[in-house]
Design a protein around this ligand. Structure first.
Ligand code: ADP
Ligand code: MG
Length: 238
């Protein structure tokens, strides 16, 4: 069973003269363990694709299945449960809570979902340790580098065995070394069974994915199964 399935998804933002069609008949299936990179120019619909996949927005038409369940037919309660338990988000600007330590940021989603503070804290420490950030557990976001903050944000997105990781330009604010380590980290979670959709502008970073899809004007224009090398990808995405 696929973790994410989008069937003929279209999205129109706004109304009347202000109408913008962000996605046109887009279909995408992502299996457990699979890492898909999404590339495309600015305004091509990449963020719309992720917010719809994450059930934060509904498509104008089409079907969105997460772990085989039709999210458009779910009750609000079931939908917020799937958001809390199955889906993790990573953003370009990290979005860590500044008043919480690294460990508290990672344990928060578990606590919100009813895990005891103690268990959540232990799970957070374990996640940080795996990322080589054990000594940063008590640090606040402004005491960490950008690369460290993004690794904490990724730990927060997957903690509690969530199955779908959605990352919108997670390396956008990082230098190439840290960008590379963010992609390597997402890749390693996929090897453990997480399904990931990662938006990136960088063909080199996209080549970490099992598959690359290209969006242009809200449509998929091409897919590559095996990355053909950074130069050819750059041509297609520009
Ligand atoms: P990308 O992430 O590839 O830059 P987006 O999905 O953010 O693309 O946007 C796709 C198109 O939809 C753009 O033309 C954008 O201006 C428009 N758009 C995105 N979100 C909204 C919104 N909430 N209201 C109106 N238009 C939007
Ligand atoms: Mg975007």
């Amino acid at each position: 069973m696929s973790v994410l399935e989008l069937r003929s998804v279209s999205k129109v933002h706004g109304r009347g003269a202000a109408e913008v069609q962000a996605l046109r008949d887009v279909s995408l299936t992502v299996a457990a363990g699979e890492m898909v990179a999404v590339m495309g120019p600015s305004g091509s619909g990449k963020s719309s694709l992720l917010t719809i996949a994450g059930t934060l927005e509904e498509p104008t038409s089409g079907v969105v299945l997460v772990n085989g369940e039709d999210t458009l037919r779910m009750s609000p309660g079931a939908k917020s449960r799937i958001r809390r338990r199955a889906i993790g988000y990573v953003f370009q600007d990290f979005n860590l809570l500044p008043g919480l330590t690294a460990a508290e940021n990672v344990s928060l989603p578990l606590e919100l979902d009813g895990t005891s503070m103690r268990k959540a804290h232990l799970a957070a420490l374990k996640a940080l340790e795996e990322l080589g950030l054990a000594d940063r557990a008590r640090h606040f976001p402004d005491q960490m580098s950008g690369g460290e903050r993004q690794r904490v944000a990724i730990a927060r997105a997957v903690v509690g065995e969530r199955t779908l990781l959605l990352a919108d330009e997670p390396s956008g604010a990082l230098d190439s070394v840290n960008g590379e380590s963010v992609m390597r980290l997402i890749h390693s979670y996929c090897k453990r069974g997480v399904a990931a959709v990662v938006v990136t502008h960088d063909a080199q970073l996209a080549s970490w994915a099992d598959r690359i899809v290209f969006l242009r004007d809200g449509r998929f224009v091409d897919q590559t199964a095996a990355p053909a090398g950074p130069e050819s990808l750059l041509e297609q995405s520009s």
